[in-house]
Design a binder for this molecule. Structure first.
Ligand code: SAM
Length: 198
């Protein structure tokens, strides 16, 4: 009688560990997807304006049309995935940029992007923009629904310091005339940036 061979047992064990590892990985991925779905559904139910990021070429136009100076403070009200805030921060390192976002999923994405962006002059806040002070803002940008934009006007008028600029994408104030209007065209889609002096 020879000794009991162990090679087969080791191979079986390895296969079992591999299977367990793959299963654990699948469970983790599934939990992440489920979590993201719950956050997205919660966001779209709790917040009236959905997370629809503006096209990157509009952000490029924003940088070109409204360059920031040293000491300027740029706010994006409803900053989504943070693209405008991060692009302005990178382009104008002497200025500060702030994103305010109430949707958990876009907020988390913006925080993740900030972690890898290595920019020190950008910040994101998980807040309702109607509850923050805009007293230090020199620039306020927003891409929101028309009635939400209009409702924000009294807040902007009472809190912004003289000389501040408000940039509204696509849905202008009904009761204020912009100092200039810039169409941003790409193919069939045209965005319009409205610039207001306060
Ligand atoms: C159309 S997206 C625009 C995103 C980003 N500003 C851009 O230009 O790509 C509007 C964003 O505003 C956020 N939002 C809506 N109401 C808000 C509120 N009261 N406070 C903070 N964020 C809000 C939504 O969650 C959404 O991400």
């Amino acid at each position: 009688m020879g000794s009991i061979p162990t090679l087969g047992t080791d191979t079986n064990n390895m296969f079992l560990y591999l299977l367990l590892f793959v299963l654990a990985l699948l469970v983790v991925v599934w939990l992440i997807v489920l979590g993201a779905m719950i956050l997205a559904v919660y966001g779209s139910i709790a917040i009236r304006v959905p997370f629809v990021p503006v096209a990157q070429y509009v952000v490029e136009a924003l940088k070109k049309e409204e360059p920031l100076k040293a000491g300027d403070v740029f706010y994006d009200l409803g900053s989504g995935d943070g693209r405008a805030v991060l692009a302005m921060a990178r382009a104008f390192p002497e200025a500060h940029t702030v994103g305010v976002e109430k949707g958990p999923l876009p907020y988390l994405i913006s925080r993740l992007k900030l972690r890898f962006a290595k920019t020190k002059n950008a910040a994101f806040f998980y807040k309702d923009f109607s509850k923050i002070s805009l007293a230090d803002a020199t620039h306020v940008y927003m891409y929101l629904y028309p009635d939400v934009v209009q409702k924000l006007l009294p807040k902007l008028e009472s809190e912004l310091k003289p000389g501040a600029t408000v940039i509204v994408c696509d849905f202008p104030f009904k009761t204020r005339t912009p100092k200039r209007t810039v169409p941003v065209v790409r193919g069939k889609r045209t965005y319009t940036l409205y610039f207001y002096g306060f």
